[in-house]
Design a protein around this ligand. Structure first.
Ligand code: MN3
Length: 247
C-alpha cells in the first residue's frame, strides 16, 4: 500500500489524498524549484544571495558551512533513507512528514531527523538575505493582531529560542485563521509534523552561530532579525493562505 493510499484510509476520505496531490500540482507550477526540492532525490536549494549577504549579523563562514555542509548532510542522509522505498520516493516530503507514523519503522527516525532538517533549512535560507526592518501589508497586520507589535513578537520569539534546551528551532507558525503563534521545536522537528505551516524560523543549533557568537545565543537571536527578508516572508504568508506554500 502506498503512503498516499494509507493516508487516504487513515483520513477516511478518499478525496483527501487527491486534494493533496492536486495542491502539489499547483505548487509545482507556482514555484518549480522549491517544489522539486521537496521530492526524491532531494537536493540542497542554492542560496539566492551570496554567503556574505548576511554579514555582519551572520558571518560568511557560518553561512558556507551551514548551507554547504550541514544542510547537505541532512539531504545525503535523507536520500540514503529513501533509497529502498519507492513509495516514499513518489511522495512529496511535506506529506510524508505530516504522517510520520506511516513511514516504515526502520527509517522513521532518519526521516524525522533528516527530512525535518531538509524542510527547516530550506525555509531558513528563504527568509534570510534581507535587511531586516519591519513587515508590511498583511504580515504587519497579522503581527500586530497576534502579538500587539513587532517588538513583542521579537521578545517572545527570542525567549523561545534561548529557552530551547539543547538544539532546535524558534518558529512563527500560522493558525487556520491566518493568525501567528511563536513555537519552539527540539532537534529538527518541524511544525509540518503536526500539520502547521511555518511563516519563518530561526535555527538555534550551535552550528548556526557558534563560530561567530560562541555561547552567546541571545546575541545571535537579536542580530538575526537584521537579515530577515520581510518581502519574501510576505510572499510566504500569501502562499500559506492560498495553500501554495511548498515548505
Ligand atoms: Mn542548521
Amino acid at each position: 500500500m502506498s503512503i498516499i493510499q494509507r493516508r487516504m484510509l487513515l483520513a477516511g476520505v478518499a478525496g483527501a489524498g487527491a486534494l493533496i496531490l492536486t495542491q502539489h500540482g499547483a505548487r509545482a507550477q507556482a514555484r518549480p524549484g522549491a517544489a522539486q526540492a521537496m521530492r526524491y532525490p532531494f537536493g540542497v536549494p542554492p542560496l539566492t544571495y551570496g554567503y556574505a549577504a548576511n554579514e555582519p549579523s551572520v558571518d560568511q563562514a557560518t553561512m558556507q558551512l551551514h548551507h554547504d555542509k550541514h544542510h547537505a548532510t541532512y539531504v545525503t542522509n535523507l536520500n540514503a533513507a529513501f533509497a529502498s522505498y519507492p513509495d516514499l520516493q513518489r511522495t512529496a516530503l511535506p506529506d510524508i512528514l505530516a504522517n510520520l507514523a506511516a513511514v516504515p519503522a526502520a527509517i522513521r527516525a532518519a526521516v524525522r531527523n533528516n527530512g525535518g532538517g531538509h524542510v527547516n533549512h530550506t525555509m531558513f535560507w528563504q527568509v534570510m538575505g534581507g535587511h531586516g526592518g519591519a513587515p508590511e501589508g498583511e504580515v504587519l497586520v497579522a503581527v500586530n493582531h497576534s502579538f500587539g507589535s513587532l517588538e513583542a513578537l521579537k521578545e517572545k520569539f527570542n525567549a523561545a529560542g534561548v529557552g530551547q534546551f539543547g538544539s532546535g528551532w524558534a518558529m512563527v507558525v500560522l493558525d487556520r485563521a491566518g493568525g501567528l503563534k511563536v513555537e519552539a521545536r527540539p532537534n529538527q522537528d518541524s511544525p509540518m509534523m503536526d500539520g502547521s505551516q511555518v511563516l519563518f524560523g530561526n535555527d538555534v543549533w550551535e552550528h548556526a552561530y557558534y563560530l561567530q557568537y560562541q555561547n552567546r545565543r541571545t546575541d545571535y537571536l537579536n542580530a538575526w532579525w537584521n537579515v530577515l527578508d520581510w518581502r519574501r516572508i510576505g510572499e510566504r504568508y500569501a502562499e500559506a493562505k492560498a495553500g501554495t506554500l511548498t515548505v
